[in-house]
Design a protein around this ligand. Structure first.
Ligand SMILES: Nc1ncnc2c1ncn2[C@@H]1O[C@H](COP(=O)(O)OP(=O)(O)OP(=O)(O)O)[C@@H](O)[C@H]1O
Length: 270
């Protein structure tokens, strides 16, 4: 890697659960406007890395620096501060939309903090003052712009739970983007998608990188996604980093091939 300042820097991250070392002295960085994939066999520690970055777990050891308007030391911050101040957004392996709310409402809930601020924590909102109405209109405009981008504008008023699975996955990513993050962390966004949906996901992630200029950290088992769209790949195995580099290089790395052998060698093919 050359001298571009990283967006997220993970240094000597270690996470222990009792006697189990889930992450063992892992360091890597993700650059701005790039997609950095974290791959590895089941149980390698990928989700644990995300849980440390987003404040779900407090690392046993290590420094996690997010560079924005200033440096945010994530390991010292609470989960809600990491979302609101450092502006790190994430999605989860399992879909976590509000299924009974409409598609549009799901994107408005994501902007709750911004709206609460504009509402003066309800006073301006209750009085219907312009400052709140302007913020509300901007939130709706942002939500509608995202629905258009993910091809769901016509479904704005449908309950989110009625959408096909692939559309729900895209809506989750749009919801995370409505928080206007600096770093977007996606945990297996392609899980359960058919090849057409997976190709649509690739397009969406590339546009988030290239058009919105957002840095993405991506955990993914689907190698067609990883190899096609990532700029940099970090490989974990049993909590350790065993390789990192451009996708084509990592794919040929003997240590990576060994880690995947016994599961399915094809898993790292293209
Ligand atoms: N809260 C926890 N308590 C105890 N052990 C945990 C906890 N969270 C994760 N682990 C363990 O840490 C290890 C790494 O798990 P992790 O979920 O990070 O792997 P992963 O690479 O994301 O796996 P997968 O691809 O299956 O999602 C596993 O052995 C897991 O059982």
């Amino acid at each position: 890697m050359n001298a571009v300042t990283p967006l997220i820097e993970v240094e000597h991250l270690t996470m222990r659960f009792g006697g189990l070392v889930a992450i063992d002295d892992v360091s890597f960085s993700g650059r701005p406007r790039e997609i950095t994939a974290i791959i590895g066999p089941n149980g390698a520690g990928k989700t644990t890395v995300f849980n440390c970055i987003t404040g779900f777990y407090k690392p046993t050891v290590g420094r996690l620096t997010l560079r924005g308007d200033r440096d945010y030391l994530l390991e010292r911050m609470l989960g809600h501060e990491i979302g609101q101040r450092a502006r790190v957004a994430r999605t989860f392996q399992n879909i976590r939309l509000f299924p009974a709310m409409t598609v549009l409402e799901n994107l408005l809930v994501a902007q709750h903090n911004k709206l609460m601020l504009a509402s003066g924590y309800s006073v301006f909102g209750l009085l219907g003052l312009p400052v709140y109405r302007v913020a509300e209109e901007a939130a709706i405009a942002l939500a509608r712009a995202w629905l258009e981008r993910i091809g769901l504008l016509a479904d704005a008023d449908r309950p989110a739970g009625e959408l096909p699975y692939g559309a729900q996955r895209r809506l989750e990513i749009a919801r995370a983007m409505c928080t206007e993050p600096r770093l977007l962390c996606l945990d297996e966004p392609a899980a359960g998608l058919n090849p057409r949906e997976s190709a649509e996901l690739n397009q969406l992630l590339v546009s988030i990188r290239d058009r919105d200029g957002i840095g993405v950290l991506l955990i993914e088992h689907d190698m067609s996604v990883v190899m096609n769209i990532s700029n940099h790949v970090v490989v974990l195995d049993y909590g350790r980093k065993i390789a990192e580099g451009p996708p084509a290089e990592v794919q040929r790395d003997p240590a990576v091939i060994r880690a995947y052998l016994g599961t399915d060698e094809e898993a790292i093919g293209d």
